[in-house]
Design a protein around this ligand. Sequence first.
Ligand code: CA
Length: 228
Amino acid sequence: MEEYSIGIIEDERPIADLLFYGLRQEGYTVQVAYTAAEGLRMFAACRPDLLILDWMLPDGSGIDLCRKITEQYNLPIIMLTARSHMDDKVEGLEAGADDYITKPFELREVVVRVKAILRRIGKIRQQKEKQENILTAPPLRVNTGERLVWCHGRKAELTPREYDLLLYLLEHPHQVFTRDLLLEQVWGYDYLGDSRTVDTHIQRLRKKLDLAEQIQTVFGVGYKYLPS
Ligand code: CA
């Protein structure tokens, strides 16, 4: 599952706490700031996927902050406000906010909106990754265009054959392969080595890419890849 982080900029502690614990309970990583200045620092340090921003902050207006952030970054912002005038809503949306929640609100209402926005981002990311030939198979990300692999976000050094074997397994999840079949598919018919070559490569992939659980040995047969 994709992990998302949410930033909250809200000076009223009870509200900030409610959002912090409520959203953390939903499985998000949550950061809180209580002033506009703190909020900017928090934003720069954590770059959350979504921001919940209060309209009135002790050291400035949320709407100015919203404008400032959206000028430079593309991320969804939910504005919180005690006011419910239509003009404010328009002003908020013009400043780049995605959505708007009027206080007092129920936590559930915020969670529903947050989920809807993150679902939308998730879809856009997926489409983008598809266009860019990115294959996601936690803990791996593979760029099949450039034959690059990242494990837990760090670039992995694979030999061309290790890469071919990995990609073959990732593209055929759950299927059990004999060593001979893998030799044939990955090394080619004319390869003269023996099936222990496959074992060696599998061991190296497991070790280099933290795939001990995903690449399973099927006793007496061969190997299979199980996505996590
Ligand atoms: Ca406030």
